[in-house]
Every structure is written in C-alpha cells, then in structure tokens.
Design a protein around this ligand. Structure first.
Ligand SMILES: NC(=O)c1ccc[n+]([C@@H]2O[C@H](COP(=O)([O-])OP(=O)(O)OC[C@H]3O[C@@H](n4cnc5c(N)ncnc54)[C@H](OP(=O)(O)O)[C@@H]3O)[C@@H](O)[C@H]2O)c1
Length: 312
C-alpha cells in the first residue's frame, strides 16, 4: 500500500512516499480502507522529534491518527462491524498511523461514521473531538450554566470544544484573531475576544473552566479568570501546581486517550446537528501535499481542520 512515512526525525522534507506492506487485522482488530485522514499538531511535533522520549517509535513511522473509511477486513472476534461498513476512528498511537491507504484499529476504538458527513469531515473529528470531550467533561465536569473559556477557538480542538460546551448548556467565551470572530460566533460562542487587541484576563471573571491549548503566559493568566473551585485543563503543558493551590483551582495536563464509546457519543451529536465539523483546508495525499499541510499546521494559524482525502 502507499503510505507517507518518515525514516528519521527532521523537517517536513522528511515526509516521503513509500510502498509498505498492507497490515493484516489480528484478534479484535479491523483493517480500515482509508478515505480520508486529518492533520494534528502532534504529527509535526513527532516528525520533528519533540516527542521521541514519550513515543519512542521505530522507523519508518507512518504519522497520522485520524481515520475515516470503510471496513476492508475484520480479524477474529470482531462482532460490531462487517466488510463495507463506513467507520471513523482515533486508532491507538502506534508507528503505523493513518497517512496510508489502510490502517489497523482495535474494534473498541472504531465507531460507525456519522450518516450526515463526508469522509473528509468525519476524518476531522476523532482526535480533536475526543480531546475536547475529555477536557470538558472527564476532567472539567462542565455542565449547564458553567462559564467556560476555550482558548484558540478557531483551531481543531477549539472549534469542536465550543460546540460541545454550548451543547452542554455552558456560557462560552473564546479567543481568536479578528478574521475568525464571525466564524466563532456562527459556531455558537457567546463572547469572542480578539486576542490581538484585548487581554482576556481583563474582562473575564469567575469562570468555572478553562481549556488551555496555548500554554506559557496564556496558561498562567488563565488562572486569574477562574473562580475558587474552578478547573483548568491544559493540552500543551502541565500547569503550575503552586499557582493552582494558591487559587483553589483543579489544574492538570490532559493527554487524549483513544475511546470508541465517547466517539460514538460525538457521532450522535453530529447526526442530531448539534456539532458540525469544520474543514478549513484540504491537501492531496502525496509527499508534496503532506509537506504543505504540515507547514500550515506549524504556522499555528489553520482555521478548523486540515484534511487529506485519500480515496475518492
Ligand atoms: N494533549 C493532547 O492530547 C492534545 C490533543 C490535541 C491537541 N493538542 C495540542 O493542542 C494544541 C492545539 O491543537 P489544535 O489542533 O487545536 O491546533 P490548531 O488547529 O493548529 O490551532 C490553530 C488555531 O490557533 C489559533 N491561535 C494561534 N495563536 C493564538 C492565540 N495566541 N490566541 C488564540 N488563538 C490562537 C489560530 O487562530 P488565529 O489564526 O485567529 O490566530 C488558529 O485558528 C496543539 O499544541 C496540539 O499539539 C494536545
């Protein structure tokens, strides 16, 4: 099968096209014929070697951890799916990712694809959707009436986190640059703060929850908007424990765990029209396409998700 791999860490030129053996599904596994994948910042962070201690994979590494496609083959003891089913998944984090024509996923991590989505839209959901879900609900316990601040609302995680929080009945503030303000209002955000003009900490007070996807001084300032008993989930850097204690805030680093059941709950919200994925950019499944896609993701200014269609 065709895959885009890296054979060593480095810049985007390390992304190369290669013929590799199509994997065979084992016990409890599904072989997905890939119709689309999407890009996440973890892809280029891993490519650069920033995650080599946390994820010490052998080369060649196939990057990418979002899958949408059809079931091509099932292993033994797979009961919920059959050949031809349309599925999506955030497969386990292995060195055989989704920049490929086929990928293996555990049945427990695979979910029926939302009926109202194209493959590209579906591929944009699993990693960011599960991250947002686990931050908001598993860590943050966000519920109706809570005041929630989602940083970088126009990013992959932000666009879906805003919608999940709104659907849970929260009041949602978010940060974005001017060009994304209308877009985020259209997703349901109650308050969009232009981070280039206004410091969020000067206007937000007594918040229940912050989703930090930026770290550094933005994370530090986020403590100031939280009320005593508030929660701060960071997906980029472990929060300062002393500050958390001082402010009476539950703060922690959340690292996404693939989870098929939660993905199925997100699927239902998508089918009910309560959550709508936003594909902002598309690149072709080739060395050149993936290099351009990484370049855009590394700029930190993609809008919504970057998608790679694989099979028409
Ligand atoms: N721990 C985990 O399990 C986990 C899971 C997923 C993601 N992450 C991490 O979370 C981070 C965000 O991921 P993502 O997929 O959402 O990224 P992304 O899609 O690349 O985010 C891009 C967005 O960030 C916005 N942005 C950039 N600087 C900003 C600022 N100073 N204030 C507000 N918005 C700003 C940009 O909006 P403008 O163009 O308007 O500036 C852009 O729309 C990444 O570092 C990623 O690695 C971690």
């Amino acid at each position: 099968m065709k895959a885009i791999v890296i054979e060593q860490y480095g810049g985007k030129d390390q992304l190369i096209e290669k013929e590799v053996t199509t994997p065979t599904p084992g016990d409890g596994q599904i072989l997905i014929e890939m119709h689309a994948t999407s890009i996440n910042p973890i892809d280029w962070k891993l490519r650069e070697g920033y995650l080599k201690e946390m994820l010490p994979f052998e080369f060649p590494i196939i990057l990418g951890w979002d899958a949408a496609g059809t079931v091509k083959e099932i292993g033994s003891n797979v009961s919920r799916f059959k050949k031809g089913d349309k599925v999506f998944s955030r497969p386990a984090t292995t060195n055989k990712g989704t920049y490929a024509e086929y990928v293996i996923a555990e049945e427990s991590l695979v979910t029926k694809m939302p009926e109202n989505l194209e493959y590209g839209e579906a591929a944009s959901v699993p990693l960011t959707g599960l991250t947002a879900w686990q931050c908001l609900f598993d860590f943050g316990g966000v519920k109706e009436g809570d005041k929630v601040l989602i940083h970088a609302g126009s990013g992959g995680v932000g666009t879906i986190a805003i919608q999940l929080a709104k659907n849970a009945g929260a009041y949602v503030a978010t940060t974005a640059s001017e060009r994304n303000i209308e877009f985020l209002e259209s997703l349901g955000a109650d308050e969009v703060i232009n981070y280039k003009e206004t410091d969020f900490k000067d206007i937000l007070h007594d918040y229940d929850f912050v989703l930090d996807s930026l770290g550094g001084d933005i994370q530090e300032k986020s403590f100031e908007v939280l009320k005593n008993g508030g929660r701060l989930a960071s997906i980029v850097a472990p929060p300062n424990e002393d500050l958390a204690k001082l402010k009476g805030v539950k703060a922690g680093f959340v690292w996404l765990e693939p989870n098929g059941e939660q993905l199925d709950q997100i699927r239902k919200l998508i089918e009910e029209g309560k959550v709508k994925p936003h594909v902002g950019h598309t690149f072709e499944f080739s060395e050149e396409g993936l290099r351009k896609a990484h370049e855009l993701s590394e700029s930190h200014h993609a809008r919504g998700k970057i998608v790679i269609p694989i099979k028409a």
